[in-house]
Design a protein around this ligand. Structure first.
Ligand SMILES: CC(C)(COP(=O)(O)OP(=O)(O)OC[C@H]1O[C@@H](n2cnc3c(N)ncnc32)[C@H](O)[C@@H]1OP(=O)(O)O)[C@@H](O)C(=O)NCCC(=O)NCCS
Length: 380
């Protein structure tokens, strides 16, 4: 094959199959998402985030003993080096939590006893550790920036309950715990989404797990990816505070050729199966907390965008109102996405390294034809 590229790459790598993977199955026409073959609807109904982590990392559901062991290990890893807490304390308070998370996760490697090792088992340890630590960093930074004391983890609690405890200072109600648990399950993995691809590209150079996850966090932040949930809620807040009609507000956005965050998807041509659950959660939690207005606004926008633009709500649309009703600040929405997606990123890094080859595609060159020639300055 010629080493000079002539093929035209699809913009945004649309439709390109970039690797084999046995982690996540998606049928974008039928709206199917499954982890290791198990439909997301079954997992959302019956599983827990911890069990989902086991499934993603090990390829199968755990036995009761295996699940208990993983829970204990996740709880045992609920500790941050004092230097990380100090980093969070010395970060300027104007820095958004997603940027703090990116930098803190990178710094975690300085204090990881297994930093230099990159084998399968070590990366599984790092996956467990990072899953616990990321949740703690998000909660601790939010407390610190608000001038509140950092809450000690409770190792008897589930991952979701401990996160809400460390964030709010009080243990969550069973309803709030289960709602977050389901949201964590739904966000855990999504095949070669941009941040997971970034993690795999980094891992494939034989760099390390912390570098791969740092790449992924930087990627997730963007408003075309995980940052969309924050953008959705800012729109709901703007509609609420200005007393605007939600549909008129969105019509104006579209007339200005703006994209409506929380709609559209590269892979799904039908309803994003995660949105089905989040819509219901947004409705149930909203009404039970006397905050049904966010759901009602969202529903009106969804119906309009679907009818007018034939675009479906994606995972980020109803997660915005759901997280708000759980008492989570808007600039924590994307970090909470990372609190879940760390499970998928790490599963993909492990899979990549189990059968690694450097990921190095080519570009379709469209610059000046070769050869051009260098000219002395006075002749340009
Ligand atoms: C998710 C997303 C990035 C997918 O992008 P993509 O596959 O590259 O699709 P495109 O951006 O090329 O969009 C295709 C067409 O649909 C339109 N479209 C897609 N999403 C839209 C949205 N949210 N609002 C308005 N129009 C949208 C585009 O303007 C484009 O129209 P055109 O062909 O007339 O120019 C895109 O739908 C988007 O930006 N959504 C909003 C951000 C978001 O919610 N991201 C989270 C994804 S889980």
């Amino acid at each position: 094959m010629s080493t000079v590229t002539t093929a035209h790459g699809p913009k945004g790598l649309e439709g390109v199959v970039a690797t084999t993977s046995s982690i996540c199955y998606i049928d974008g026409d039928l709206g199917v998402l499954a982890y290791r073959g198990i439909d997301i609807h079954e997992l959302a109904e019956h599983s827990t985030f911890e069990e989902t982590c086991y499934l993603l990392w090990s390829g199968r559901l755990p036995s009761r003993a295996e699940l208990n062991e993983l829970r204990d290990r996740l709880a045992g890893e609920r500790k941050l080096d004092p230097a990380i807490i100090n980093l969070l304390r010395t970060t300027p308070t104007h820095v958004v939590p997603m940027d703090v998370l990116r930098t803190a996760v990178s710094a975690l490697s300085f204090y990881d006893a297994e930093e230099k090792k990159n084998d399968h088992d070590t990366n599984l340890h790092k996956s467990i550790r990072l899953t616990s630590q990321i949740a703690m960093i998000v909660a601790a930074y939010d407390r610190i920036r608000k001038g509140k004391p950092v809450v000690e983890p409770d190792r008897s609690l589930s991952h979701a309950a401990n996160f809400l405890l460390m964030l709010n200072g009080t243990p969550p109600t069973p309803t709030a715990e289960r709602a977050l648990d389901i949201a964590l399950i739904l966000h855990a993995d999504h095949e070669l989404n941009a941040s997971t691809f970034a993690a795999r590209v980094t891992a494939a150079t034989l760099s390390d797990m912390h570098s791969a996850v740092t790449s992924a966090i930087g990627c997730l932040k963007g408003p075309l990816h995980g940052g969309a949930n924050e953008a959705v809620f800012k729109i709901l807040q703007a509609i609420d505070s200005s007393g605007s009609d939600p549909v008129e507000y969105i019509k104006k956005m579209l007339a200005e050729k703006k994209k409506v965050p929380g709609f559209g998807h590269r892979v799904y041509h039908t309803e994003d199966p995660r949105a089905t659950h989040l819509r219901k959660m947004s409705e149930d939690l909203g009404y039970s907390n006397g905050q049904g207005k966010w759901f009602e606004m969202s529903r009106a926008i969804e119906e309009f965008v679907k009818a007018d633009k034939k675009l479906n709500a994606n995972v980020d649309f109803y997660s915005a109102s759901t997280y708000h009703t759980l008492g989570i600040d808007v600039d924590l929405f994307t970090p909470v996405f990372a609190v879940s997606r760390i499970s998928g990123w790490t599963a993909h890094v492990i899979e990549q390294l189990d059968d690694n080859r450097l990921i190095r595609p080519r570009a379709d060159y469209i610059g000046p034809p070769y050869p051009q020639h260098w000219l002395p300055l006075e002749q340009r």
